[in-house]
Design a protein around this ligand. Sequence first.
Ligand code: NDP
Length: 605
Amino acid sequence: MTLTSDRPEKTATSAFDPDALREKYRQERDKRLRSDGNEQYQNITGRFAHFLDDPYVAPGFERAPLTDEIEVVVIGGGFGGLLAGARLREAGVKDIRLIEKGGDFGGTWYWNRYPGAACDVEAYVYLPLLEEVGYMPTEKYARAPEILAHSRAIAEKYDLYTNACFQTEVTDLRWDDKAARWIIHTNRGDAMKARFVCMANGPLHRAKLPGIPGVESFKGHAFHTSRWDYAYTGGDSNGGLTGLKDKRVGIIGTGATAVQCIPHLGEAVQQLYVFQRTPSSIDVRNNRPTDPEWAESLEPGWHQRRMDNFNVLVSGGFQDEDLVNDGWTDIIRNLLLRVSDEQGGTLSPEDLERVMELADFEKMEQIRGRVDTVVTNEATAEALKPYYRQFCKRPCFHDEYLDTFNRPNVELVDTKGKGVERITEKGVIADGKEYELDCLIYATGFEVGTDYTRRSGYELYGRDGQSLTDKWKDGVSTLHGIHARGFPNVFIMGGSQSGFTVNFPHNLNEQSKHIAYIISEAAARQARTVETSKDAEENWVNTIIQLAQLRQKFFEECTPGYYNNEGKPGERSGQNAWYGAGPVEYFKVLSDWREEGSLKGLELS
Ligand code: NDP
């Protein structure tokens, strides 16, 4: 293992008492536990429905309804849909249609154009199909416009604009058993037929609002970050929000989105109030332009090798070299140093867990230490320190966020884990004090733990008219997270019971290869339908439940968030979890399965 680092000198960490930290973490979690879990959030409908309007298209688009027949329909034009389209094209599938709610490809990056939007997973591993498209990102961490442009380049390269339906929302899918076709209904009056359907709806797709009393009463301007209102704020995703210079602005939420837009708000507004329930961990980002010499030196196949290397390291595995070498892999570096310090790598699982916890404490002490070195006001600094294990919430990486709280026009309103109390006509009440606002921004994230069909926005009716919601009423049930019995010729992407990695497109890429393989095998074997067997599905569900038990304690001890079903990790959320042996193993399960070649566990008719 090469443990060299080109990262800046670490912030000094003081000695810590593990028992005291464990107790502090427990207290902080307990402050935030609440009985309503996911129910605390509010659906964006009714008087808030305009929060989800597409600001990037001209109004009035119309087209005639479609009733044609397609070989493969892919729902969703984000990285999942683009990767499925690309891998299907490579497998020789000609007749593909992508259906997308937005006005273009890009998914997350189509919708999220808030100031500062960028990806803090390294661009050389995050952006898919770099070698195929022949593109090298301009910086180590790509900004949103570059990612959106790359999405469009993938669609061009694989001819996915042909036949695509934009500004089209699927309303339901119905299986016609006689014809062995799916009928796809949309909000444009379509009733298209498809042999196969890939569902690439995206996991963080349905924006949510906090269910705070009075949320409907605010009379000022308000919007959700996933539809940033530049007509009101001025500027663009690089900042320059000149429309806010005489405005009092409040932002609710301090997750990964808020961390990126708050520095731009701080620069622009007359007064900013940041309403915080739980602080994020803010590690070093250290973005830099791509070195052309380094890019020149890369050998073919570098992209997959780099993705694999990163994936192994962030999954807690060992590699001879850390190619990405950033904040994500830093925790593993700490761990490896500790393991080699202790026993030369021959630790029992219990000891390994203890060492992992110590490495985590050390990492989070470093994160907390960084707050003290940047934020001058002591009380503000203390409130910005996260007290939980790093992967209880999505770690953040930013070099300007903390410093924003040194500005005289920025105030952190720390709600000590409780959230804001009430929203009024004039503003927000926290800890008994009313903050008057001209504009309120919701950086409150997206639904995660709710029903799959609610999040996707449409229902599936499979064999005998059974709905997917009904099939999954007691928990998700699939083979490999991809196939659900009773729903032939449908492939689910990026969902429960599949692999999870912080480099999310990596999982979508592996699933896309897998789905393209199955669809081309179905054609080669002249199969009309492909469906998981009852046994194969049951076995996979049992595997998921067993593996989830390994992480149960970790998630129980975590502060609430969408990683632990808002503080309610239980049997059902265990069944609805990701594949618990990690993404490296999950990708191997899929590739071994393809290698074996008998389409084991699938029934073909
Ligand atoms: P999150 O769900 O991560 O954050 C929502 C925020 O709203 C949290 O801080 C939450 O507090 C807060 N909140 C919710 N209800 C209340 C309330 N009643 N009062 C006060 N605060 C409240 O959403 P994001 O949009 O920030 O991020 C979603 C995901 O998108 C990330 O986890 C990440 O996976 C991805 N992302 C990645 C980025 C990147 O690569 N840089 C950038 C942006 C997003 P609490 O924590 O207490 O629940």
